[in-house]
Design a protein around this ligand. Structure first.
Ligand code: 13P
Length: 253
């Protein structure tokens, strides 16, 4: 944790959830008590089909919503795409961009991720820019270099502390139950903060929230969240269980 930064715990539902699952969001809202509200921000990023309904259901709860991706263009002939302005119109505050699943399965390059992050900022959304190395890259000792390069390529220059969130998600830790050691997370998050200082200048970089993602569960959250420069979590599977998500939030608080 960074003392001066209010932590953020964001749930990425990925391609999970139909209307009946809005009950999960309601359960999270019911458990987001005063103690939690005073200590940690929460966000849920459902599939685009649920975004408007979830945003409406969470009105007044102080829980934000976000999209999981956004188009580069503001509008136009892009069948299947959802623009950042559409996410904002559906009540979103955040847009995840450059998740490793999109980088790997949809061939998104750093340049595309940066364009999406810029599109999100233009629509007054806060992009959650995801970076992270593969297992092979870590084993080859290249994790820090890979993540630094991703940051240089995908973080919009001119971002401010309030207009950017960065999530470090080692690809090999996503959905596997594996996590890096706290020492490895600490080393990476310190390197991310330093690289952001080179890209954005020190004052902006000092305030950017750096989330850790990859197999965050109630059982490991406290240890991961106690690491320096870890300002919250990006949670996949455990965000589909309200009580697990709340327990992770409490570990941040
Ligand atoms: P898991 O928490 O299921 O490992 O997913 C992490 C993730 O990809 C969040 O974006």
């Amino acid at each position: 944790m960074t003392r001066s930064i209010r932590p953020l715990v964001a749930g990425n539902w990925k391609m999970n959830g139909v209307r009946a699952d809005l009950a999960i969001a309601a359960e999270v809202a019911a458990g987001y008590d005063l103690a939690l509200k005073s200590a940690v921000d929460l966000a849920l990023c459902p599939p685009a089909t649920l975004l408007y309904m979830m945003s409406a259901a969470l009105l007044g709860s102080r829980i934000a919503t976000g999209g999981q991706d956004c188009g580069v263009a503001a509008s136009g002939a892009f069948t299947g795409e959802v623009s950042a302005a559409m996410l904002a119109d559906s009540g979103a505050t955040f847009a995840i961009v450059g998740h490793s699943e999109r980088r790997a399965l949809h061939g998104e390059t750093n340049a595309v991720v940066r364009a999406k992050a810029q599109a999100a900022q233009a629509a007054l959304l806060v992009p959650i820019v995801c970076v992270g190395e593969t297992q092979a890259e870590r084993e080859a000792g290249k994790a820090l270099a890979v993540v630094r390069k991703q940051l240089r390529g995908s973080v919009p220059e001119g971002s401010k502390a309030a207009t950017l969130v960065v999530a470090y998600e080692p690809v090999w830790a996503i959905g596997t139950g594996l996590t890096p050691t706290p020492a490895d997370v600490g080393q990476m998050h310190e390197a991310i903060r330093a690289e952001l200082a080179r890209i954005l200048g020190k004052p902006a970089a000092a305030g950017v929230r750096l989330l850790y993602g990859g197999s965050v569960k109630p059982g490991n959250a406290a240890e991961l969240m106690s690491v320096a420069h870890v300002d919250g979590a990006l949670v996949g599977g455990a965000s589909l269980k309200a009580q697990d998500f709340l327990a992770i939030a409490r570990a941040c608080a």
